[in-house]
Design a protein around this ligand. Structure first.
Ligand code: MGD
Ligand code: MGD
Ligand code: SF4
Ligand code: MO
Length: 686
């Protein structure tokens, strides 16, 4: 039988690697490196997840038919029904709920696991139904750094292509573990820059990982206390007058207010809070100010309630050291999943239009109403955590596509209780997830590899991925499910699509930054283009060369204040608990747990605990321990290791970690406290 090589974008992380799926009769045999396109990101390499990426689509656990719940919520009893019946029930319930409570009782969840086209369609359908309650699990992802960079630079996307890392002199890796979460970026760019070009690295992380071994300086703050470190760095750079005076003078505003706001935050003050020595803070500040520095900032920074202030401080630091708007530096949000930008750039948020404008902006709304042909609600909807809080109250129905919030949202015990309170829940997924257990209707979606669509990597590279396999049973691509449902809801005239190309063409005309990313250009150029791309072509490789995206073109430095983490260890809960990702697993395990080669190598969770703390607790490696916070407890095996600092314990985030985290949110960004809570550990006798 003939083998076909189909070009595919890797379905996992936002490095955006490409490869060929070797397809035989709609079945994928293996993946092969793409050596034909030298300008693609991965330059012929893949990580363990990339190599195993097609395995989960062949899992016998895949959903194959629409399901209707017949047992109690959470029990897992479903019966198979036809698509016709499923659409019928959903349509009826949407109409009923709209009539009884109004469209503002309905909320939609989109996803960074589905394509640009699919995100756009979900946004369009939610607006057609009349609701702005729209969000995605990415709310727990970049929503500190993104609003902070928008406040300072007017836009938050990464400034430079990955290749620029080789031209830096220093790379700051802050709350990020690229060796495991962006492995090909690490191997092909960061490690090469260090080994071949002598680029130095500073790491800020309470843990040590394989990738951190190159660091010339490793700062280990207690989780959630990085803000003190960043404020003290600003204090040093300003007091010692080692900032870029010309850059500050010509390209920024607000310097005096910033100076005033950080004047009391000395390194000695920060040492008491964070446990990082004042000397190390001074050293790091000096290195950053003196060198062409790239900043790789990720979830260790983002996932805190004080992550917004921390991200503002880091953005200020980048600006006053002049490390932006030129070759050889890199900074910006790092959307973790292959389609994080697809959600963000189609306005998947409670206050946005797909054009990126605000729902409250009348002129922008009117313009889109003209293009789409139906009215758009003008009120600001709920973010994901508020939706969960309001389930059974203001929110009566949810339609969730490709998100598993029963495991990925903070305080899982509470989330599950809330899910029970919904009048009606639709879950559209490729597996029967923990969240689907609470659904009334479950719709089987075609997976990555089984559909054509567009992905966008962390370097703003827009790339097409093509269908290489047939979906199992009656599973359908998400875009098609939305189109068919829209027809049932009498919105057929606004959803006349029979192929993702047609949706992409509409996106080209509606969303200005994607104007040039046409289906034809992307098909001819597998290496894609960098958005913003106003015409077919390479697009914009470096941002801010001619000024920032603010009204006056300058960076608006923001004054920043110290803000305590919401929970601080005490005598009852004496440890700082944080979490991290493993190279071989993906978030809530639905996909990597169904990938035999990954599951075999990364079989279970464990608790990292420092040898000194282990001695006090009387525990050894492999002992069973109970980890508790004020929300809940879980049982795990201990791993006694120097790779986590004293006073801190850490757990992978793929299993039950979120039974322990905190659902409190930041008033503006709505980010929850996902990475720093107070915990205790007890040995369990077996
Ligand atoms: N293998 C794999 N790769 C992935 C993913 C996956 O699930 N699996 N998910 C993707 C997604 S969506 C994302 S967003 C990215 C995330 O990518 P990363 O941000 O790299 O992911 P994490 O491992 O969660 O966190 C990074 C580091 O933050 C540290 N950390 C924890 N708390 C703190 C703190 O308070 N301060 C500091 N400075 N550091 C802290 C952790 O020890 C960890 O080493 O990964 C993407 N890539
Ligand atoms: N404590 C803590 N919590 C965290 C994090 C953390 O570091 N610590 N990280 C946060 C971050 S950064 C993120 S991005 C979120 C992720 O949170 P989620 O997005 O909720 O987690 P995933 O497991 O990636 O869920 C994706 C779902 O999509 C399904 N899926 C995959 N492909 C398709 C498809 O083509 N179609 C359909 N319909 N379904 C599909 C999968 O089976 C899975 O159920 O978790 C957040 N939660
Ligand atoms: S680095 Fe990310 S995109 Fe590349 S192969 Fe690994 S998981 Fe896939
Ligand atoms: Mo993420």
């Amino acid at each position: 039988m003939e083998e076909k090589l189909i070009p595919v974008v890797c379905p996992w992380c936002s490095v955006g690697c490409r490869f060929y799926a070797v397809s035989v009769n709609g079945y994928i045999r293996r993946v092969e490196f793409d050596y034909d396109h030298p300008t693609i990101t991965n330059r012929g390499k893949l990580c363990p997840k990339g190599v195993a990426s097609y395995q989960f689509i062949n899992s016998p656990q895949r959903l194959k038919k629409p399901l209707k719940r017949v047992g109690e919520k959470g029990e897992g009893k479903f019966e198979e029904i036809s698509w016709e019946e499923a659409y019928g029930i959903i349509t009826e319930r949407i109409k009923e709920i709209k009539e009884t409570y109004g469209p503002e009782a309905i909320a939609f969840l989109s996803s960074e696991k589905i394509t640009l086209e699919e995100n756009y369609l979900i946004h369009k359908l939610s607006k057609a139904i009349g609701t702005n309650h729209l969000d995605f699990p990415g709310r727990y992802c970049q929503y500190s750094n993104s609003p902070a960079r928008t406040a300072v630079f007017g836009s938050s996307a990464a400034t430079n292509p990955f290749e620029d890392l080789a031209k830096a002199e220093m790379i700051v890796v802050w709350g990020h573990n690229p060796a495991e979460t962006a492995p090909v970026l690490f191997g092909q760019y960061i490690e090469k820059a260090i080994i071949d070009n002598g680029v130095e690295m500073i790491v800020v992380d309470p843990r040590s990982t394989r990738g951190h071994k190159y660091a010339s300086l490793h700062l280990k703050p207690y989780p959630g206390t990085d803000l003190a470190v960043a404020l003290a760095m600003l204090n040093v750079v300003i007091n010692e007058e080692i900032y870029d005076k010309e850059f500050v003078q010509e390209k920024t505003t607000g310097f005096d207010k910033l100076r005033e706001s950080v004047k009391d935050y000395t390194p000695e003050w920060a040492e008491k809070i964070s446990g990082v020595s004042a000397d190390d803070i001074r050293k790091a500040a000096g290195l950053i100010a003196g060198k062409r520095t790239a900043f790789l900032v990720n979830e260790g920074v983002n996932q805190h309630i004080n992550g917004f202030n921390l991200s503002l401080a880091i953005a200020d630091l980048i600006a006053i050291t002049g490390n932006i708007g030129k070759e050889g530096v890199w900074s910006g949000v790092f959307p973790g999943a292959q389609c994080g930008f697809c959600s963000a750039m189609t306005g998947i948020a409670p206050n946005k239009l797909p054009t990126g404008k605000l729902v409250t902006d009348e002129a922008s709304r009117a313009e889109l109403e003209r293009l789409w042909g139906f009215p758009i609600p003008d009120w600001v909807g709920f973010d994901l955590t508020t939706m969960i809080r309001e389930m059974g109250n203001k929110i009566r129905m949810m339609y969730m596509v490709a998100g598993n919030i029963a495991k990925s949202a903070p305080n899982s015990g509470w989330v599950r209780e809330q899910l029970r309170k919904l009048d009606f829940l639709v879950v559209q997924d490729i597996f029967l997830t923990d969240t689907a257990m609470y659904a009334d209707i479950v719709l089987p979606a075609a997976a990555w590899f089984e559909k054509t669509g567009t992905a966008i990597s962390a370097e703003r590279r827009v790339q097409r991925s093509y269908k290489a396999a047939e979906a199992p049973g009656e599973a359908k691509p998400d875009w098609l499910i939305i189109v068919e449902l829209a027809k049932e809801l009498d919105f057929g005239e606004f959803f006349k699509y029979s192929h993702p190309d047609e949706i992409l063409r509409e996106i080209n005309s509606v969303i200005p930054v994607f104007k040039g990313a046409t289906p034809e250009y992307l098909a001819e150029h597998l290496e894609g283009c960098f958005f913003p791309c106003s015409e077919p072509g390479e697009g914009t490789k470096i941002l801010f060369k001619k000024g920032f995206k603010t009204a006056d073109g300058k960076a608006h430095l923001q004054p920043v204040e110290w803000r305590e983490p919401p929970e601080i260890p005490d005598s009852e809960y004496p440890f700082w608990l944080t979490n991290f990702r493993l190279v071989g697993h993906w978030h809530t395990l639905t996909m990597s747990g169904e990938s035999p080669s990954l599951e075999k190598r990364w079989p279970e969770e464990y608790l990292m605990v420092n040898p000194k703390d282990a001695r006090t607790l009387g525990i050894k490696t492999d002992d069973l321990v109970k980890v508790s916070t004020r929300r809940g407890s879980i049982l795990v095996r201990a791993e006694v290791t120097n790779h986590v600092r004293e006073g801190v314990i850490a757990i992978p985030n793929h299993w039950d970690n979120n039974f322990l985290t905190l659902d409190e949110i930041h008033e503006k960004t709505k980010m929850a406290e996902l990475k720093a809570v107070a915990a205790k550990v007890e040995k369990v006798e077996e």
